[in-house]
Design a protein. Structure first.
Length: 325
């Protein structure tokens, strides 16, 4: 098999709201990166949080992505060799991974409450990595753990992180080196309410699904060392990572699901043209010289990592009003 044929990228939306232009920006670049290399694309639903995920968002998400011209080879609606493509149905796989880490002495219970952790979050910390965990429960004795349980405290499970720095070459940002201490320290593998943590689920799923290329926004960069650590400790090969610039609103804020006017569902209801949306994003990505209509397939011959911008890109309301409709 040629190197290009072995590329497997993934789209990994979370059904906690309608997807917006910022989501589509990252999904489009991930799709282009994989398809331009002759690779496969997996769609995985990251619905691991039962309190926030909704079936209505899942259905809308798949419909909106296909409306934009994106497709995938494996996913919850088309099946594939990975079994389920919904994280909410893959808990046994995450439990097995944690059991392996526990057997190696790499997992410990943490009895810190959410309130205590929120107080930690008020301290200065690095970007989106979260407040550094000071290791409060790292060396509790069996007797201390038993006392916490007897008092009614429930435990999360934390990874006893290695101290060595983790290095990788980012497809968009070049060589990277980070210590897990600077990315939040020991992090949770399972919450105290039993919900599996994002970092664990993503790393395990990427490995078991054969993902070789992960393209996502630069805001996720602090998560990468955590996922690399999990993969290495479980003996899995790491994918290549590419962290792309973000799409920002007119005030310079990262687009989020609170920007309902920029949700694809809302734009569709207003009569927006899918080719105009994709063409605008292609222009912002440096793949088109001017704003013009295009499909994802038409952008494929133009995709190259060196063409992508280094800085975050703006998407103002006037862009929507004057071009999308």
């Amino acid at each position: 098999m040629s190197p290009s044929a072995s590329v497997c990228g993934r789209l990994a939306p979370s059904p906690t709201g309608y997807i917006h232009l910022g989501n589509v920006w990252a999904f489009l670049l991930a799709w282009l990166a994989a398809r331009s290399a002759g690779g496969r694309v997996i769609l995985r639903l990251e619905d691991i949080d039962p309190q926030r995920s909704r079936p209505v968002y899942t259905d809308a998400m798949l419909e909106d992505l296909r409306w934009l011209g994106l497709d995938w080879d494996e996913g919850p609606d088309v099946g594939g060799p990975a079994g389920s493509y919904r994280q909410s149905q893959r808990g046994a796989l995450y439990a097995a991974a944690v059991q392996r880490l526990e057997a190696a002495g790499l997992v410990y219970p943490c009895f810190c409450t959410r309130r205590e952790l929120r107080q930690l979050a008020g301290a200065p910390h690095l970007d989106d990595a979260g407040a550094p965990y000071p290791g409060t429960c790292r060396d509790l004795s069996a007797e201390e753990c038993a006392a916490h349980r007897a008092s009614g405290r429930k435990a999360s499970l934390r990874l006893r992180c290695p101290s060595e720095p983790l290095c990788f070459i980012d497809l968009a940002l070049g060589p990277q080196e980070a210590s897990l201490v600077h990315c939040g320290g020991d992090f949770a593998l399972r919450r105290s309410d039993g919900v599996w943590a994002y970092q664990l689920a993503v790393a395990v799923d990427d490995a078991l699904m054969g993902v070789t290329q992960v393209v996502r926004g630069r805001d996720i960069l602090p998560s990468t060392p955590r996922q690399l650590a999990i993969l290495a400790l479980l003996g899995y090969a790491a994918p290549q990572y590419g962290h792309v610039p973000l799409l920002l609103d007119g005030d310079g804020e990262r687009l989020a699901k609170r920007h309902q006017s920029l949700a694809i569902r809302e734009l569709r209801q207003q009569g927006a043209d899918a080719r105009r949306i994709v063409g605008f994003l292609g222009w912002r990505a440096g793949l088109l010289p001017v704003k013009q209509t295009a499909s994802p397939a038409e952008l494929l011959p133009r995709f190259a990592w060196e063409r992508l911008p280094k800085d975050d890109q703006l998407c103002r309301r006037e862009d929507v009003a004057t071009f999308f409709a």
